[in-house]
Structures are given as C-alpha cells and as structure tokens.
Design a protein around this ligand. Structure first.
Ligand code: HEC
Ligand code: HEC
Ligand code: HEC
Ligand code: HEC
Ligand code: HEC
Length: 181
C-alpha cells in the first residue's frame, strides 16, 4: 500500500515536471513586470486612486470565488452614461455594448494550469489585494507586480504561519495537493 502511494506521488511530481517543461518551452511571457497595452487605456490610478472606487466594486467576485474577475462593460456605464460620455474611449464602451461583444482586455496575471489558486480564501483570510498586486491605485497601466512563483506563495505562507505547507522540507504529498492536482 505504502509503495503504491509513494509511486503515485512520484508520478504526480513527474507529471508536474513535464508540464513545467511544456510551459518553459512555450514561454508564455507572463512574467514579473509584464505590462501589456490594453484595448482601452483603463487607469487604476484615476479610478481606484483619485476617485477612491473600492477594488471590490469592480472585482466583486474576489470575496466569493476562485477568480476576482474583470467587470462587465455594463458596470462601467453606471458612471460613464454621464461621466466623460463624449470621450472616444467611452465611445468604445458604448459600441461594445451595442454590438454585444465584451471588451477584449489582455490578461496580465496567469498561473500555469496545474496550480490551484483561490481569491476568496485569501481575501476572506485578511490578505490585502496590494500585498500580492502591489500599489494598484497608482498604476496608470496594469502591471504584474509579484513574481507568482511557487517560492513567492511559500514565503508568504511561511511568514503568515497558517497556510500550507508548514515546513517545506517535511512537506508531504497532501501539502502539495493543496496547490496542485
Ligand atoms: C472601475 C473599475 C475598477 C476598479 C475600481 C478596480 N479595477 Fe482592477 N481592473 C479593472 C479593469 C477594467 C481591468 C482590466 C484592464 C486592465 O488590466 O487595466 C482590471 C484589471 C485588474 C488586474 C489585472 C487583471 C489581469 O489581467 O491579470 C488586477 C490585479 C486588478 N485589476 C486589481 C485591482 C485592485 C487591487 C483594485 C483596487 C485597488 C482595482 N483593481 C480596482 C477595473 C477596475
Ligand atoms: C464609480 C464611477 C466609475 C466607474 C464605475 C467607472 N469609471 Fe471610468 N472614470 C470615472 C471618473 C470619475 C473618471 C475621470 C473623469 C475625468 O477626469 O473627467 C473616469 C475616467 C475614465 C476614462 C478616461 C476617459 C477619457 O477621457 O479618456 C476611461 C477610459 C474610463 N474611465 C474607463 C472606464 C471603464 C472601462 C470602466 C469599467 C471597467 C469604468 N471607467 C468605470 C468614473 C468611473
Ligand atoms: C494572495 C495573493 C493575492 C491576493 C491577496 C489577491 N490576488 Fe488577485 N491574483 C493573484 C494571482 C496569483 C492571480 C493569478 C490567478 C490565476 O492565474 O489563476 C490573480 C489574478 C487576479 C485578477 C485577474 C483575473 C482573475 O481573477 O484571475 C484580478 C482582476 C485580481 N487578481 C484582482 C484582485 C483583487 C481586486 C484583489 C483584492 C480584493 C486581489 N486580486 C487579491 C493573487 C492575489
Ligand atoms: C502554496 C502553494 C504551493 C504549494 C503548497 C506547492 N506548490 Fe508547487 N508550485 C506552486 C506554484 C504557484 C507553481 C508555479 C510557479 C512556478 O513554477 O514557480 C508551482 C510549481 C511547481 C513545479 C514546477 C517546477 C517549479 O518549481 O517551478 C513543481 C514540480 C512543483 N510545484 C512541485 C511541488 C511539490 C512537490 C510540492 C509539495 C512539496 C509543491 N509543489 C507545493 C505552488 C505551490
Ligand atoms: C501575501 C501572502 C500570501 C501569498 C503571496 C499567497 N498566499 Fe495563500 N494564503 C495566505 C494566507 C494568510 C492563507 C490563509 C487564509 C486563512 O486564514 O484562511 C492562505 C491560504 C491558502 C490556501 C488554502 C489553504 C488551506 O487551508 O487549504 C491555498 C490553497 C493557498 N493559500 C494557495 C496559494 C497559492 C497557490 C499562492 C501563490 C500563487 C499563494 N497562496 C500565495 C497568504 C498568501
């Protein structure tokens, strides 16, 4: 029985290593500092900084589920039906709604598919958005602030003391499976 379990664990790790090789080969490029152009120059500085709109007003899924989510265009119009409605950028929002197409925001943060990450566990556990995403309220263009590596996850878990694994050196497959399946 023990042999089978060890064998299965070894297979899981080998599987992960193969996946890593594939990821490396593809070089998806979502690295620290990644700061792509967006179809509309949305500024977190104007919205979350100068106008102090709460992160969770737009990223309302972050407390409830795995993803924080990008707000639907209709939510922008709660304000932009009135504010700056003659701006060509706001015109793009109206066009998107009229033609029933979402704005094609370029994704900035992306973990490999073999990692499980859940926003609500962190947000409800009292970790601030900024501890992971940096000073978003001063960004005119969204940028990946943290490295998003396994070491980054583990360092914080070690510092905060209440998340897996409690000791990496003695970590078991069970601890690994909290973040990998
Ligand atoms: C008015 C709505 C709005 C508010 C308020 C807002 N955001 Fe955003 N956020 C967006 C939109 C739209 C995008 C997609 C465009 C972009 O990346 O700039 C986005 C993108 C992001 C991303 C990157 C998503 C990805 O592709 O990886 C992060 C991280 C983020 N926001 C965090 C925050 C944090 C933290 C706050 C509060 C300090 C905040 N946002 C406040 C609308 C908002
Ligand atoms: C709670 C109100 C509110 C919401 C919701 C909101 N905005 Fe804004 N937005 C503002 C304010 C206030 C300004 C600054 C207007 C000014 O400087 O005159 C602004 C400015 C902008 C500008 C700059 C306008 C220009 O002239 O170029 C863009 C682009 C923009 N918002 C996009 C968005 C998008 C996209 C969303 C939805 C993801 C959104 N906004 C949601 C309040 C809002
Ligand atoms: C413990 C670190 C951590 C905290 C805290 C955190 N995030 Fe994230 N965020 C991430 C990671 C990691 C990703 C990439 C997730 C993926 O690719 O599966 C991400 C992705 C995102 C995205 C892209 C879309 C999505 O949901 O995958 C948005 C938007 C976002 N975060 C907003 C926020 C907001 C707003 C808060 C605070 C309410 C917040 N995050 C808190 C680590 C964090
Ligand atoms: C707190 C979450 C977390 C835990 C616990 C965790 N990992 Fe990871 N792991 C990640 C993340 C995130 C990545 C992807 C980023 C990267 O490659 O650094 C990753 C990547 C990997 C990779 C790809 C190679 C590498 O190092 O980049 C392997 C193999 C791996 N993990 C094995 C393990 C094993 C074995 C354990 C148990 C001892 C474990 N992980 C525990 C989050 C975790
Ligand atoms: C800035 C600190 C921080 C970072 C970075 C961070 N975490 Fe966490 N994580 C926590 C805290 C604190 C908790 C415990 C929350 C609570 O009290 O419920 C937690 C809990 C978790 C849990 C739930 C643990 C359980 O009880 O099963 C998982 C899974 C997890 N994190 C995965 C990740 C992954 C994957 C990453 C990296 C992509 C990551 N975390 C990065 C602070 C962090």
């Amino acid at each position: 029985m023990k042999k089978i379990v060890t064998g299965l664990l070894a297979l899981t790790v080998i599987g992960l290593l193969i996946e890593l090789a594939v990821v490396q080969a593809k070089k998806i490029g979502n690295t620290q500092g990644y700061e792509p152009d967006q179809p509309i120059p949305f500024s977190h500085k104007i919205h979350a900084g100068e106008n102090k709109i709460d992160c969770r007003y737009c990223h309302f899924a972050s407390e409830r589920g795995r993803i924080a989510g990008i707000p639907p265009t209709q939510l922008c119009m709660n304000c932009h039906d009135q504010i700056r409605k003659d701006s060509p950028e706001i015109g793009k929002l109206r066009e998107a709604i009229a033609s029933d197409r979402p704005v094609e925001w370029v994704r900035v943060h992306e973990l490999p598919a073999f990692v499980y990450f859940n926003h609500s566990e962190h947000v409800r556990g009292g970790v601030n958005c900024q501890q992971c995403h940096g000073p978003v309220e001063s960004m005119t263009r969204m940028r990946q602030h943290s490295s998003l590596t396994m070491g980054w996850c583990l360092n914080c878990h070690r510092d905060m003391g209440n998340a897996p694994p409690h000791d990496v050196k003695t970590a078991t497959g069970g601890d690994c499976a909290r973040c990998h399946y």
